[in-house]
Design a protein around this ligand. Structure first.
Ligand code: IMP
Ligand code: MG
Length: 195
């Protein structure tokens, strides 16, 4: 069943290609296919382009590692000047539930003060990561902070920063692909699937 679905999720992916990428491990279902993601990412980029004044100093901060594919697709469709840097935070280890203990492993070297920050996240789950980062960034006096998330599970209870741009509302399943991992596996799948 998975093979037909995977082909719908990324028509160029052959059965052999999928098996090679997953090492034969079973995925449950394709949740967001590559073409649907592409359409939505272009829409989000257009909305982001619209949102800012031409003179705004925009800094896109990609939250590694999960956002790396989304981020690289997104920025290539934003029609305005911007700078790019990264943040590395970690909360999950090898499990599938948030540990609540968010570590900041890399701090952007780019200055934050007075700039319009767009934080790019793969998925908002418990909200722990975003809450921690929003506080750390606000402390550095940006002109504004907006959150752009590919996926939003809508289960976070005290989110301090609601995403202004969301790609898709995500089901309450553990998702992999298009940058998202399970214990570092499956990041390179061209679609989002549940396991
Ligand atoms: P939060 O701190 O619980 O909101 O989780 C944020 C981070 O956990 C995300 O940036 C992801 O890296 C990871 N995460 C949360 N849910 C999932 C999922 O369903 N699949 C893969 N990673 C996830
Ligand atoms: Mg992760």
């Amino acid at each position: 069943m998975m093979n037909d679905q995977a082909r719908a999720g990324a028509p160029y992916l052959t059965e052999e290609g999928l098996r090679a990428r997953t090492g034969g491990r079973e995925l449950k279902r394709v949740v967001f296919g590559a073409e649907a993601i592409d359409v939505r990412v272009r829409e989000m980029a257009a909305e982001i382009t619209e949102h800012y004044d031409p003179a705004d100093d925009v800094l896109v901060l990609g939250l590694l590692k999960g956002s790396f594919i989304f981020l690289s697709d997104l920025v290539r469709h934003i029609d305005r000047p911007l700078h790019l840097d990264f943040i590395v935070a970690s909360s999950y280890g090898a499990g599938t539930t948030s540990s609540g203990d968010v570590k900041l492993l890399y701090d952007p070297t780019a200055p934050i003060e007075g700039r319009h920050i767009i934080l790019v996240e793969d998925i908002v789950d418990s909200g722990n990561t975003i809450n921690r980062l929003a506080r750390a960034l606000e402390y550095r006096s940006p002109a504004s902070i907006e959150l752009c998330a590919l996926l939003h599970k809508h289960i976070a209870e005290d989110l301090e920063l609601e995403p202004r741009w969301v790609g898709f509302d995500a089901p309450e399943e553990f998702l992999v692909g298009y940058g998202l991992d399970h214990a570092e596996d499956f990041r390179h799948l061209p679609f989002v699937a549940s396991i």
